[in-house]
Write a protein that binds this ligand. Structure first.
Ligand code: GTP
Ligand code: MG
Length: 559
C-alpha cells in the first residue's frame, strides 16, 4: 500500500453502525490530516458526551448550527472507491484539477475508500463532468450521476504492460522466423521448377499468411502459379507485315482453364514431385486448388492459379500490419484465442477463418477514436498512377508506399484494445450489419448469412459466407466471456509472483467451468504445464522443433 499513515484505527460512526448489520468490516483510517482527525473525534463525541478531556473541545454551537454545517460539508464531499495500490500524492493531484481540496481521508471497508471534501461545491460538478458511466459486455449500467465514484488506474505502466508484454511475447514466439520464411520461398521455387516443365515462364508466388506478416509457425503455404509472364509474351514487338501467335487450345471459361492447369500440375506433383505426398486435387471448390504436403519442409501446401486478387489481399494485409505495431500483436492474439477455443480449424467447414478474423480486427481498429488504421477507401485516395490496379474488373487500387500514410494518433494499449475488441464483437449487431474495411463502417447486410464480411476487392462477395449461425454464436459467447474475464482482471489482478493464470493466458484456457475448477483445485505446476501444452498446440498440427544456435533460432519441421 503506497498510502502513508497506515495503522491508525479509528471507529467511524458510520462503520460502528454497520457493524451491527453486516459482517464486521475492517475500518482503518489510513490518512487523516489533523483537521480531519479533529472532525472525526467530534463526530464520535456528540453533544452531551460524558468522556473526560473532550468537553472543552465540544464547540459551543447550537445543534441546528452543527447539523447545517455538517450537511454543507457533506454536500462538498465525495466518496471514492479506490484501487488497492494508490499513491496518495497522485490521487490528490488528480482530484485537485477539479478544485481545491479541504481535507480527505482513506478507510478500508471491503476495499479501500477515500472521503474527499472539496472547498467548493462546484468542484463536484466538474468532477462529475470528467466521469464516465462504465459499460460491460454482460450487464447494462443504469446511468446515474452521484457523488459515489469508482477510481481505476489508467496507464499503470508496470501492470498494463504485463498483458501488453504477453501479447508481444506471443507474437515473437509464434511469428514466422527468418529461416521459416526462407524455407517457404524455397519450397515455392522448387515447385516452380516442376511447373516450368509445362510453363517455362511461370512464377510460383507465396501468398496468404506466409507473406502477409500474420503467419503463425505451422500455418499452411499458399502458392499461386502466376502465368502472366507467358500471357504477356505477345508484348514483344517485331517489325514486318506479320503477327505471330501461339497455337493454343481454347476452353469455355477461365475457371475451366484453371481446373485443367491444376489437374495436370496435380498429376505431375503426385507422380514426379520429389517430397510431394498426399496430393489432392480440389478442383470443384470456389477457388480450385491442389493440396499436398511437402515432406522436406513440412509445409501443407495449397497451390492455386488465377488467384491474383488473393495475392493483392495479402499485400493489403501486409500494409495494414506494417502501419502500426499493435496490429500484428492483436491479430496474433485473436487468432490464437480463436484456435484455442476451436473457433478456427485447419479442416474446411462452417467455422470462421483466420482471414475473416484478421478482417474483423482491421475493421475494429478502423473504428477506434482516433482510428488506428485507415479505411481501404482512404488508402485508395492516397494512391498514385503506379498503384492503379484493376483485376478482373475489380478496382484493387491502394497506396503501396507506406511513407505516404500518416501514423495514427491513437495511443491505446494492447490490453485495452483486446478487451474492447471482445466487447465490440460480443455486442455487434451481426443480425443486421456487415463488416466492411473498405469504408470502415457497419452497413446493412445484403443477405441473410449469419456473418457478413465484405470481400475488400470483390465487393459483392462475403468472405465468411461459410460461417453457420451456431459457429457465430459460439464466437459471440466466447468474446463476451473473454471481455468479462479481462474486465475482472482490472479489479482482481494477481500479483506478479502468483502462478495463477492471468491476462492472455486465462483467455486461452479451454472454457469457463474448466477455468474455475482449474484455478481452484489444480496445482500451480499443473497450471503452467497446461498453458505450455496449450501454447504448443497453437503452433499447429505439425511438430516444430526449435534449437537456439548462437542466439538465432533455427527451425526444423516434420510432418
Ligand atoms: P492461415 O489460416 O494462417 O493459413 O491464414 P491465411 O490468411 O493464409 O488464410 P488461407 O490460407 O485460408 O487463405 C489464403 C489467402 O487466400 C488469404 O490470405 C486471403 O488472401 C485469401 N482468402 C482466403 N479466404 C478467402 C475468401 O473467402 N475470399 C477471398 N477473396 N480470399 C480469401
Ligand atoms: Mg494460409
Amino acid at each position: 500500500m503506497a498510502v502513508p499513515g497506515v495503522g491508525l484505527l479509528t471507529r467511524l460512526n458510520l462503520c460502528a453502525r454497520r457493524r451491527t448489520r453486516v459482517q464486521r468490516p475492517i475500518v482503518r483510517l489510513l490518512s487523516c490530516p489533523g483537521t480531519v482527525a479533529k472532525d472525526l473525534r467530534r463526530d464520535e463525541q456528540p453533544s452531551g458526551s460524558v468522556e473526560t478531556g473532550f468537553e472543552d473541545k465540544i464547540p459551543k454551537r447550537r445543534f441546528s448550527e452543527m447539523q447545517n454545517e455538517r450537511r454543507e460539508q457533506a454536500q462538498r464531499t465525495v466518496l471514492i472507491h479506490c484501487p488497492e495500490k494508490i499513491s496518495e500524492n497522485k490521487f490528490l493531484k488528480y482530484l485537485s484539477q477539479f478544485g481545491p481540496i479541504n481535507n480527505h481521508f482513506f478507510y478500508e471497508s471491503f476495499g479501500l475508500y477515500a472521503v474527499v471534501e472539496f472547498c467548493q461545491k462546484e468542484s463536484i460538478g466538474s468532477l462529475q463532468n470528467g466521469t464516465h458511466t462504465p459499460s460491460t459486455a454482460m450487464e447494462t449500467a443504469i446511468p446515474f450521476r452521484s457523488r459515489f465514484f469508482n477510481l481505476k488506474l489508467k496507464n499503470q505502466t508496470s501492470e498494463r504492460s504485463r498483458i501488453d508484454d504477453q501479447l508481444n511475447t506471443l507474437l515473437k514466439e509464434f511469428q514466422l522466423t527468418e529461416e521459416n520464411t526462407k524455407l517457404r520461398y524455397l519450397t515455392c521455387s522448387l515447385i516452380e521448377d516442376m511447373a516450368a516443365a509445362y510453363f517455362p515462364d511461370c512464377i510460383v508466388r507465396p501468398f496468404g499468411s506466409s507473406v502477409n506478416t500474420f503467419g503463425k509457425l505451422g500455418c499452411d503455404l499458399d502458392m499461386f502459379l502466376d502465368l502472366d509472364e507467358t500471357r504477356n509474351l505477345s508484348a514483344h514487338k517485331i517489325s514486318g507485315n506479320f503477327l505471330m501467335e501461339f497455337q493454343v487450345k481454347n476452353v469455355p471459361s477461365e475457371r475451366i482453364a484453371t481446373q485443367k492447369i491444376l489437374s495436370v500440375l496435380g498429376e505431375c506433383l503426385d507422380h514426379f514431385g520429389p517430397g510431394c505426398v498426399g496430393v489432392q486435387k480440389i478442383l470443384n471448390a470456389r477457388c480450385p486448388l491442389v493440396r499436398f504436403s511437402h515432406q522436406a519442409s513440412g509445409f501443407q501446401c495449397d497451390l492455386t492459379t488465377n488467384n491474383r486478387i488473393a495475392l493483392t489481399s495479402s499485400e493489403l494485409l501486409y500494409i495494414y500490419g506494417a502501419l502500426d505495431s499493435r496490429v500484428r500483436a492483436l491479430v496474433f492474439s485473436v487468432r490464437c484465442w480463436a484456435r484455442a477455443h476451436s473457433l478456427t480449424s485447419s479442416i474446411p467447414g462452417a467455422w470462421i477463418t483466420n482471414f475473416s478474423l484478421t478482417m474483423m480486427v482491421i475493421f475494429f481498429l478502423q473504428r477506434r477514436s482516433p482510428p488506428i488504421l485507415p479505411t481501404l477507401d482512404s488508402l485508395k485516395t492516397l494512391a498514385d498512377a503506379e498503384d492503379k490496379c484493376v483485376i478482373e474488373g475489380n478496382n484493387c487500387t491502394f497506396v503501396r508506399d507506406l511513407s505516404r500514410i500518416k501514423p495514427s494518433q491513437n495511443t491505446e494499449t494492447l490490453e485495452l484494445l483486446l478487451k474492447e475488441f471482445f466487447e465490440y464483437f460480443g455486442n455487434f449487431a451481426f443480425d443486421k450489419n456487415s463488416i466492411n474495411i473498405r469504408q470502415g463502417r457497419e452497413q446493412n447486410k445484403p443477405d441473410s448469412s449469419p456473418l457478413y464480411i465484405q470481400n475488400p476487392f470483390e465487393t459483392s462477395l462475403n468472405i465468411s459466407k461459410n460461417v453457420s449461425q451456431s459457429q457465430l454464436q459460439k464466437f459471440v459467447d466466447l468474446a463476451r466471456e473473454s471481455a468479462w474475464i479481462l474486465q475482472q482482471e482490472d479489479t482482481d489482478r494477481p500479483s506478479i509472483s502468483s502462478n495463477r493464470p492471468w491476462g492472455l493466458v486465462s483467455l486461452l484456457l479451454p472454457s469457463a467451468p474448466n477455468r474455475k475448477s482449474f484455478t481452484k483445485k489444480k496445482s500451480n505446476k499443473f497450471a503452467i504445464e497446461t498453458v505450455k501444452n496449450l501454447l504448443e498446440s497453437l503452433k499447429g498440427n505439425r511438430t516444430e522443433n526449435f534449437t537456439k544456435t548462437s542466439g538465432k533460432r533455427t527451425i526444423s519441421t516434420q510432418t
